[in-house]
Design a protein around this ligand. Structure first.
Ligand SMILES: Nc1ncnc2c1ncn2[C@@H]1O[C@H](COP(=O)(O)OP(=O)(O)OP(=O)(O)O)[C@@H](O)[C@H]1O
Length: 613
């Protein structure tokens, strides 16, 4: 029995084999003060051979069996006597944390189980052990089928796949790869990847921890596309996967041509309203630029991709800096409104008294005594395109009613205007505030919420999708090097692992800031953990070493906090100082403080700081 369990242990998670998971918790036991008569009756009634004995605090003392009672009776002991001196105290109980495969075979029908305080909490019987075996057998069968399927796929796939351990030694290689290289599968296994694949970088990816995707590699006289993926588990690299796309390069060119054709034939629907529209200055953001593959993030992207195709309103929720705006832009690019404008409004950053004219626009002479020319509002500017209302949770109640009316009637009436104008736009709203709670507190209109929340998308915070961190680091390093026109840099694995440990309260915005600081401040080609400590952690002097997650939880690491702690206790003073340093530029001030523009506006409002715009 022991042998079988050990052999199949791999197929159970270790804690699945813990005694605590399998022991019986409704069981019979006796106090040491019970009489021999009561004990005998209890054993007979429950058809038991033996029973565990405990003291008044439920501490385990030993085991009493029917044969022990018989022996006592044969020695003329009275049945009225207590069992105290008659039970066996040599019996060793099992700990609830022991693993079934590590314990000796049960020689008895049942064994008592205790916790760390020696309190009797259960019994393990042979019945449970048989149950484990039956389940193991079932799991093994399922696993065998899975492995068979996996092998079939692995060897029949067109792409070449190679899997290495953390030191770069080949663990698996599929048929496509081995025949391309002209190496026997069996011969490649166990060798170092460098001696199997000419010019590989898979071993380098194991060092850096950063995935490399869509890299053109010259192999066996042909250009191929390679992906190199480090496998992270519990913040450590346990191996790597190399994927070779043989048709890659020529196929990529074909795809590129097809995209170009599509763009030429696409006839952007032009606005029938005479509003001067600026041509887009930068390439539109697509989902290819929205980085992240962890399950929860891929799920959000999936919903967003599908939502893009419908005209329904979308409400994106998630903490500040998780990527709500970039999602919105990618949705716009993929939607039927992509030919029209993308208009973004940060509801928190516009003073309340200006909000209406910003959104609805105004007609010439709309304001008493004003000779101001008319101006189209954001609703009108977004005609045939996408309107993004960021921080919708900060919208005052009276404006919420007005917005609701626009959404219902699809018409806007500029301030001072006499007739409504029809508008057609796709609305995407975003918030990092708990809207449902705000509804309960009458701070947000329920009817507007339902109008907006036709398709809800939640973007998870970075700390809940840490496996995306290496991918994001690689992406931003490349992007920032390009932006500053500096040669590409590499980051050490220790730094990546430390970044995976950190909680990122400012989410991706904070990650981008940190990488930007590292890439621009570190002079050499490589970014080491020391640099990370110097440029990021040392700013937060109160935390001497970056060690555990617990420590990072204790303190918020964002720059705002660190600046505050650098001797300035009052947030207001700090705000004023930074704004002065940045000569009133709110975007730069927010960036320096490590907060979003919206948070900066909220804080300015909170402290009644007025800035001339
Ligand atoms: N998945 C991602 N891939 C690439 N870049 C991202 C991703 N998510 C966010 N970013 C970048 O991080 C920064 C912050 O993202 P964004 O402004 O979209 O966040 P947000 O949730 O709208 O923040 P806020 O609520 O504070 O307005 C931007 O520079 C954005 O381009």
């Amino acid at each position: 029995m022991r042998h079988n369990l050990v052999e199949h242990k791999e197929h159970f998670q270790r804690d699945e084999l813990e005694v605590a998971r399998w022991m019986k918790t409704d069981f019979v036991f006796l106090r040491n003060t019970t009489t021999l008569k009561d004990a005998a009756e209890l054993l007979i009634k429950n058809q038991l051979n033996e029973v565990p004995i405990v003291d008044e605090h439920q501490h385990f003392l030993g085991v009493l069996s029917l044969s022990m009672i018989m022996q006592s009776l044969l020695k003329d002991t009275s049945l009225a006597e207590s069992i105290e001196i008659h039970y066996d105290r040599r019996i060793k109980p099992l700990s609830f944390q022991e693993i079934l495969s590590d314990i000796s075979p049960l020689t008895k029908a049942s064994v008592p189980v205790v916790n760390n305080q020696n309190i009797l909490i259960g019994v393990l019987t042979q019945h449970e052990i048989l149950e484990v075996l039956a389940q193991t057998y079932h799991k093994m069968n399922l696993l065998e089928t899975k492995v068979e399927w996996f092998n079939v796929c692995f060897d029949n796939i067109y792409e070449g796949i190679i899997v290495v351990d953390k030191n770069g030694f080949v663990k698996m290689i599929n048929k496509a790869y081995s025949s391309y290289l002209g190496v026997e599968q069996g011969a490649a296994i166990g060798q170092h990847v460098v001696s199997v694949i000419e010019g590989t970088r898979l071993h380098i990816v194991l060092q850096t921890g950063i995935p490399e995707r869509n890299q053109v590699q010259f192999l066996q006289g042909q250009e191929v596309v390679a992906h190199r993926i480090p496998i992270w588990r519990n913040n450590e690299i346990i191996g790597g996967i190399g994927i070779l796309v043989f048709q890659g390069v020529s196929e990529l060119y074909r795809i590129f041509d097809r995209i170009q054709d599509l763009q030429v034939t696409k006839n952007p629907s032009l606005s029938n309203i005479n509003i001067e529209q600026q041509p887009p200055k930068e390439d539109p953001i697509t989902f290819a630029q929205v980085i992240g593959e962890s399950e929860s993030f891929a799920h959000a992207k999936n919903i967003a991709r599908r939502a893009a195709k419908s005209p329904a309103s979308i409400l994106i929720t998630g903490e500040s800096g998780v990527g709500k705006e970039i999602f919105t832009q990618a949705i716009h690019s993929l939607s039927n409104y992509s030919g029209g404008p993308f208009i973004s409004v940060n509801c928190a950053s516009i003073p309340e008294q200006l909000l209406e004219s910003e959104l609805f626009g105004y007609e010439e002479g709309a304001f008493t005594g004003s000779k101001k020319k008319g101006k189209p509002g954001k609703f009108l500017l977004a005609h045939k395109g996408t309107l993004f209302l960021d921080e919708i949770g900060d919208m005052p109640l009276h404006m919420q009613s007005k917005i609701l009316r626009v959404l219902q009637e699809r018409e806007v009436e500029p301030v001072g205007g006499s007739k409504p104008i029809s508008v057609d736009f796709r609305l995407i709203a975003a918030t990092n505030r708990p809207i449902e709670d705000m509804i309960k507190e009458n701070k947000f209109r329920e009817d507007l919420y339902y109008r907006l929340n036709v398709i809800p998308i939640f973007i998870p915070p970075l700390r809940e999708r840490k496996n995306d961190i290496p991918l994001l680091i690689g992406h931003f390093i490349k992007l920032i090097c390009k932006k500053y026109k500096i040669p590409s840099k590499e980051i050490s694995r220790e730094t990546v692992a430390a970044m995976m440990e950190y909680e990122w309260p400012g989410n991706i915005r904070e990650l981008v800031n940190v990488i930007e600081r590292l890439v621009t401040l570190v002079e050499g080609h490589d970014i080491y953990f020391d640099d990370f400590q110097r440029y990021f952690l040392e700013q937060k002097k109160q935390i001497p070493e970056f060690t555990t997650m617990e420590e990072t939880k204790l303190e918020s690491f964002n720059s705002f906090e660190s600046l505050k702690n650098a001797g300035l206790n009052k947030e207001k003073e700090l705000l004023l100082l930074i704004i002065k340093e940045e000569k009133g530029n709110k975007t730069r001030a927010a960036k320096k403080l490590g907060i979003s523009r919206a948070t900066l506006y909220n804080k300015l409002k909170e402290y009644n700081i007025e800035l001339s715009t």
